[in-house]
Structure formats: C-alpha cells, structure tokens
Design a protein around this ligand. Sequence first.
Ligand code: PLP
Length: 595
Amino acid sequence: MWTTDDSSRLYGLDDWGCGYFSINDEGNLEVHPGRDRKRSADLIEVIGEVARKSVRFPVLFRFPQIIEDRLTGIDQAFRSSIEELGYQGGYRLVFPVKVNPHRAVIRQAVEGGKVGLEVGTKAEMLVALSMDLDPDALVVCNGYKDDRYLKLAMVSRRSVVVIDLFEELSSVLRCSEEMGIRPRLGLRVRLFSKGVRSKFGLSTTEILKAIEILSKNEMLDRLEMLHFHLGSQIADIRNVKDAVNEAARIYAKVRKTVDLRYFDVGGGLSIDYDGSRTTSPSSTNYSLKEYTNDVVYTIQRVCGEEGVPCPDIISESGRAIVAYHSFLVFKIIGEKNFSFGDVRSRGDGSIQVEALRFAYDKINAENRIEYYHDALHYQDELFDSFNLGNIGLEEKAEGENLFWNVCRKASRLAEEDGDESREFQDLKKLLCKKYIGDFSLFRSAPDIWGVHQIFPTIPLHRLDERPTERGTIADITCDSDGEIASFAGENVGYLPLHALKKDEDYYLGTFLLGAYQDALGSFHNLLGRVNEVHVLVDEKGWCISKVIEGHRCEDVLRVFDYHPASWCGLQGKAEMEDLQKALEGYPYFDDGHQK
Ligand SMILES: *Cc1c(COP(=O)(O)O)cnc(C)c1O
C-alpha cells in the first residue's frame, strides 16, 4: 500500500521543505508557517477558495508568516551563538531589497522594528525611504552611487553610505560638503579568498588611502562599518569561513586606528533547494547554526588575537529569509507523449522494420540488453534507408512505432531486474512524458533557465496514491528551454507523476521561489506577472489576506508600447468584442472552465 510517507520520501519533502510543508491524510500538501502542526493550511482547500473567488491560475502564493519565522530563526541563531561563545558584541540584520522588492515582503521584513534594509540603487533607496523603519534600524547603502543617490542616502540618519569603490570617495565628500551633512560611512573590502565573486570593494592599498583622505577631511570619526559580500548561495561552509577570516583580519587591523563599530558580513547564506545537503550549486553543506557559529567564532578569535574589541555583527541574508515564503501553483493542461500505436502483425516490411518487429516479439528478461541494442541499430538503419529514399512514410512510421515499443518493453524489463545502469537510466528519461504546465518558467522561476537552479516541483494532491507516470514539465512558452527537467528528491531527471484524469484538474507547485525570482521574471512570449494570493494561518484556520491581480494582456502589451489604437483596423462588432475580451483577459491558458 502506497502511503503519504512514501510520497514525502519520494519528493524529498523533509530534505528541502525545512518543516514548512507536509502531507495530510487526504493526500494533500499542507503549509505550516510556524514549522509546527498547530497552524496549517490544506493547499487544496485554499486552491478551492481561490477558484471560487474567480482568481485564475497560475497563481503565486505568498505566506508572509514564513518570512517572520525565518527572521526569528536567523536572529535567534546568531543570538544563541553569541551567548554560547560569550561574544562581546551584538547582532543586527538588514534585509537586501534586491532579493525581493515586493512591498508586502519588505513591509513584513521590517515590521518587527529590528530589521533594517540594504539597498544597491536609487530606486531601492526610495523603497527604504518609503518604509516606516524603527529609529535604530540601519539602511546600508551599496552599489554605484551618483549624486542623486548619495543625496537621498544622506538625508536619512539611518543610512550608512558604504564606499564600494575608491572613486566614490570624492563624490561622497563633495555631496557631504554641499549638503552640510556628515554622513555615516562604511568601507567595502575586496577579498581574495576562494569562492568570493564580488565586483565591488577596495583593495588593501585603497583602504589605507581612503583612511588617509577621510582623516585629512576630518571625517574619519564618521567611518563606522567594514563591509564585504561573498556573492549569493555560497554552498560550501569553507568559503564562508575563509572569507570571514580574511575580512575580520582587515577589520581588526583598521580597528587599531579607527573607531569602527559594525562588521557587515553581507549575504551568501544558502538554501538547500534540492535537499541533497551537498556543495552542489542548488544545495548547501551547512546548517544555519553552523553558519552563525562559524561567523561569530571567527570574528571573536581574530579580534582576540589582535587585541581589539569585538564589533557588532550585521548580516545581509536575503535568500535565507524569503526563499521559502512563496511558491507557484499551476495546472497541468495536457501531456505530450510519443504516440505509440499498437503493433500490427505483418511480415512484409523492409528488413529494418521486420528486424524491429522481431526484437519487439522476442525481447525477454535474458536477452533484453542485446535486443535493445539491436533495436538501436535497426532504428539507425531505418533512418538511413528513409534518407536515401528507399522507404516511404508509412514504413518509417511503422518502424519508429516498433522501436518505441521495444524501448518501452526493455525499460520495463530493466526495471523488474533492478537494473541501475546508466544506459537504462537514460532510456527511462527518453521514455518520459512531458506534462504541459500552464505557466512560464521565464516569468516565475527564471533561475531554472538562467543558472540551472533546481526548485522543488511536486504534485499538491493525490499524494496518497502511487504515482504511475514519469515526466518533465514543459511550460506554455514556445521556447525549448521552458521546461522543468531537474527535480529535488530521489529522481533528479524526471518527476514521478499521477496519470491525468479527464474530469479532475491536476495541480503542481514549484516551491522556494521567494528569493530573486519575482524581480528577475521576464515577459518572454508576452506572458505577464501572475495573479498573487497572500495567505495567513492561525490556530483556527487560514484566510486569504490579499489578492493582487496579475497582468492582463493589455498591461503586458502596453509595456512594449502597444496601445488600444493599434487594433482599430479590426472592423466587425463580433471581432471587436472578442478582441476586447482578449485584451482584458489573463495571458495564460484558458481551459474554458474558469470564469
Ligand atoms: C545580493 C546581496 C545580498 C543578498 O545575498 P543573499 O545571498 O541573498 O543573502 C547581500 N548583500 C549584498 C551587498 C548584495 O548585493
């Protein structure tokens, strides 16, 4: 008997889900924003409610309480490391706006009052200025800064202007003089440890020169922070340790002459997207507690050796805070399969066709490898023969049909035999179905395309049923890269799936989309932003707290400079009505069931 535990294992739920997801007795996926069973939302119930509200799929779900839980978790991990090690300094978190600039996300992040923001552009600076931040919260200003950015930064007493490049120093001093404001300052250091991918930062010579210049301008007392950033998703803890060690050394040397207060370790804290707990790019080989222990311990050790006071630690973890809170739910709208026909018994085909028919008839557990290889050979010959003009379309079709039927038999026999060889893994992949998902990978999970990242994708229901199919998930763009073909859990190259039913929608979810995907998503094939639903959960149940409508066709077209007048050539009234409906409609697939 297949149980929900089997599904949980198969899809690696506990390996990547961090306690936020589980399967209930109905075989539906549940979300637990507090990582406990006291608060849970059955996703199929939520989906039912969303459909009743006539919100169309695909839908991006946000569970803002997961952000809260992550913030608390990271804060507590740092605080407990500080306490356990007897570290003589504090800790604060600033959330990097670029990781998810959505207003609801930023508001959730800064709501408790303790968390500040990290910004890297003028527009992000404007985001920070729009938020009702705690008077003590910091705004760390990074990135390329023109005068307008600098002036925005300097008006806020929370801002620490980080000199990211040596060349910035003169404009900082100039703007400061023009405005009559002495800004709080930081220095970004360029590190040389392995695994650091930053394009910003001052070299050692530049740091010394900057300190000299600041001193001459009587601004050295404003320098309060040393900053570095390793790059995002640093999968190997050794790279974190090396970088913190190098930067802490620089901090300690500078601290001997400058009264620094903050040591900002940037981002990089990674997420185990595929659940493998390795140093592969979609995974990570360390836990949150290991990270905070290593950061705190390394700074403490270096400062102790150098005989300087320990700084307050700042971290700019973005991914680790928001990755879990959102996921995409979409419907499967069809499947693409090799259309196997039945094998007809004939005996008058070409040599290749009859050889394939022989392999199909006679393949068994003993000869399966040999006959499978024969089939590969005759399939090649069949193509050659067709390309030379020796056989017709019907003959080619029959040969291909036989070939795929041999493959299917060979695969089944290999599976019964427990064959784990590479050859039969590849064959399994070859025989996979393609399920068509109503979404755009380029819009909703662009890092799958951009950096080949894995995001867990799983069915949201029927998880008490053994999945009988295997497939990859193609999106509705006309781009061959628009396909999810790598998965978390046991089966990396294909996803175990349930057979589609005629009268029931099949919903899948792609998870851990909360970091970077919202802002990176693009308009490929003119598919716009998807509808968004925010869900809150408490002990009594769940509720939809907000619905944000996605782009309609009209909105998307406007982005590319089309205007209603563009279609005035269409004359007939019926045509105009259809046109109007299409313009006002959702750009995704309309299966006619939804209003
Ligand atoms: C992008 C960025 C971050 C966020 O990094 P994560 O790996 O998402 O935590 C932090 N600091 C700076 C300066 C950044 O540019």
